[in-house]
Design a protein around this ligand. Structure first.
Ligand SMILES: Cc1ncc(COP(=O)(O)O)c(C=O)c1O
Length: 175
């Protein structure tokens, strides 16, 4: 059975039938986020400093539970929220003991990520391979050619393992 989520995106998609697959804030936002943003403002106005109790004790656990249910995860506690790319990257890096970390990236990353990666390279904490994104038609082949299977002992990238909440920091990881 196919589940359609289109009706949740009516403000962004309108009646359009087009498919939009961009990541981050460039993707269509669900309709519910309009009311949610207004509610956040009202919560702040009502609770002022007390808003953080509401956010950390109620809003975030509820959001974790919703996502865990949708993603069929064993525990909502395996999900965490990060405010920006910097925090996301540092959380991933903190799970990998071996340094320098090897990163397969592209020459088309967003500014904040590419800048932080360059800094990590400069500090000797990352070795980065950048695959050219253009010509786009053959990008998949180029990237696949640079992805060397078997480099990670559990058969998937640590980043994916981290995202799945299984942890990846064990000494078993070979890079
Ligand atoms: C594609 C993309 N990635 C990431 C970000 C966020 O960057 P940062 O985490 O540095 O705020 C943005 C912000 O506009 C973006 O457009």
């Amino acid at each position: 059975m196919t589940t359609s989520w289109k009706h949740h995106f009516s403000r962004f998609l309108g009646a359009g039938q087009w498919l939009h697959a961009a990541a981050h804030s460039h993707h269509p936002w669900p309709d519910v986020s309009f009311e949610a943003q207004q509610q956040a403002w009202l919560d702040a106005a009502e609770l002022i400093d007390g808003k953080w109790e509401l956010i950390f004790n109620e809003v975030l656990p509820q959001a974790q539970a919703h996502l865990a249910r949708r993603l069929n995860l064993p525990s909502a506690r395996t999900l965490c929220f990060a405010g920006n790319t910097h925090e996301f990257l540092l959380r991933l890096l903190s799970c990998i003991e071996h340094q320098p970390v090897r990163v397969l990236s592209t020459d088309g990353e967003f500014h904040s990520f590419s800048r932080q990666l360059r800094r990590l390279e400069q500090a000797g904490r990352a070795q980065v391979e950048r695959v050219a994104t253009e010509p786009y038609a053959s990008f998949g082949e180029r990237r696949a050619a640079r992805t060397r299977p078997g480099r990670c002992t559990r058969g998937r990238s640590p980043a994916v393992a981290v995202l799945r909440g299984r942890g990846c920091a064990g000494p078993g990881w070979r890079w």
